[in-house]
Design a binder for this molecule. Structure first.
Ligand code: TYD
Ligand code: MG
Length: 461
């Protein structure tokens, strides 16, 4: 019987499927992301896998007490930061998706993993983006030259699966999933159905052979290429590479991890010899900080389970025009407006005829309420020309009545401040109650109840 051809519309951002085209995706609300795909429905094909499944022993129900759990075997990548994000190395048989903007350093980190693991494992590196020569050039630049590293430029996913079965590598890398192609589907590489189907084939191959597989996925905002979002539920771990391409540091973040915590981040810096680990990100972010000037305060946001120190700068100037300007980089604009309103109404600092700017240095983005107090202090410091001493750090959430509310992980934040040589920490008063600090740290901890208390605690006027 002839195959039935059906046209459907799939959102390239979230994978929502619909029989009709919409300008706005009903699934995620993005505009103009639905693209047409032709899907062939094979008559009679549905019953065959069902039969197959019936005879498979692994799908039989088993009492949970009889299921054995051997320790998962992990390969250490040679990079402490990456291993931490992965939850302690690459688990055998796992599928890891490495997402990030083009040019952020995904291929570079893969090659660096090859450099380390190539000494002990057989690695198959499949690229659909670069020629062998380009890969070799990058490898030489990074000093990677291992006999165990096999490079292949191929985009047909079935051929790749066949090679994986024949070569039996210990680790597979696919760069990138958007270039892979499954011939049976009519849609072009990079479309949602191609990306999804190719990942499924790779997953089946790698799971059946217990080979870990790292898949690179580009994130593209304009929806031209299917974002790796649609793959997140297929794979075992999703890591995102973040960071400004103009800035040299990169943050690797686990968004999903079946074998570890998703709270971890790894910090790297892109240099001439590829990505280098940054073991002390706070020190890097605070380097070059101006000393003893007004309009700057150090905050301590948590990145996952890790406290990081960041400098917040505030600038308040007389407004030249009728409307006062408010701008913020790295901090939520609405939250900044709220803080300005609280400072004006509850604390008596008048900003109405003033332009106010907030900038978080290093291109960091802060979205934690615990950074409120440092932002408020940076603004007050600039307005009143009060210097926040350079060894003072502040954290706490600011409420609408000007009160400072307690935050979590207070002890960790204070410890990090002490480790970097800060002398005084301004914290929410209510955090003092249950505060248990390690014995060997020396830092003055001042609990404050309101923004006014916090300004007084600066002790510089
Ligand atoms: P790449 O890994 O090719 O990015 P992706 O695979 O995510 O698209 O990295 C590209 C950028 O990294 C490129 O702009 C050059 C830069 N780079 C360095 O600065 N140093 C290096 O040693 C390498 C290999 C790349
Ligand atoms: Mg690349």
């Amino acid at each position: 019987m002839a195959d039935k051809i059906k046209s459907i519309y799939v959102c390239t951002e979230c994978g929502y499927e619909s029989a009709k085209w919409y300008g706005k995706c009903p699934g995620c609300g993005e505009w103009n992301t639905l693209s047409e795909e032709v899907r062939e429905v094979r008559k009679g094909s549905a019953s065959k896998p069902a039969l197959e499944r019936r005879t498979k022993p692994s799908s039989l129900p088993l009492p949970i007490t009889e299921i054995t759990t051997e320790d998962e075997e992990r390969y250490f990548t040679g990079s402490g930061e990456l291993d931490r994000v992965l939850g302690g190395g690459i688990v055998k048989g796992s599928l890891v998706l490495l997402g990030g903007d083009p040019g952020i350093g995904k291929s570079t980190i893969l090659m660096q993993i090859c450099g380390h693991l190539g000494k002990i494992l057989k690695i198959l590196y499949i690229s659909g983006e670069e020629s062998r020569r380009q890969i070799k050039l990058r490898a030489s630049r990074l000093g990677v030259n291992s006999e165990n590293l096999y490079v292949m430029t191929e985009t047909d996913v079935e051929i790749i699966a066949e090679h994986i079965q024949n070569e039996k590598p210990d680790l597979v890398m696919i760069d990138s999933i958007q270039t892979m192609n499954y011939k049976e589907l009519n849609s072009s590489p990079g479309s949602v159905s191609q990306v999804r189907e190719c990942t499924n084939i790779l997953m089946r191959t790698s799971k059946s052979m217990d080979v870990p597989c790292i898949i690179v996925g580009h994130v593209n905002k304009d929806g031209a290429i299917a974002g790796p979002k649609v793959l997140e539920h297929i794979v075992d771990a999703v890591l995102y590479f973040e960071g400004d391409k103009q800035m040299s540091y990169r943050i690797l973040r686990a968004v999903k991890n079946r074998y570890g915590s998703t709270n971890e981040i790894g910090v790297f810096i892109m240099g001439d010899k590829g990505l280098e680990e940054v073991e002390n990100p706070s020190l890097m972010l605070l380097s070059g900080r101006p000393k003893n000037v007004s309009g700057t305060c150090v905050a301590c946001p948590m990145e996952g389970s890790r406290p990081i120190l960041a400098e917040i700068q505030g600038l308040v100037t007389n407004s030249g025009f009728g409307n006062a300007r408010r701008m913020s980089a790295g901090f939520d604009y609405n939250r900044m407006s709220m803080l300005l309103a609280v400072l004006e109404k509850k604390c008596g600092y008048y900003f109405s005829s003033m332009d106010a700017y907030i900038n978080v240095t290093g291109g960091l983005k802060l979205d934690e309420p615990a950074t409120d107090l440092a932002v408020a202090l940076a603004l007050v410091s600039s307005l009143k020309d009060i210097i926040v001493p350079d060894d003072v750090l502040a954290f706490g959430e600011v409420g609408l009545t000007g009160e400072i509310r307690s935050v979590n992980h207070a002890a960790q934040r204070i410890t990090e401040a002490a480790r970097l040589g800060f002398g005084k920490c301004i914290v929410p008063y209510h955090n003092l109650r249950n505060l248990v600090l390690p014995e060997n740290i020396s830092i003055e901890v001042v609990g404050v109840k309101t923004i006014r208390d916090a300004v007084a605690a600066l002790g510089s006027h």
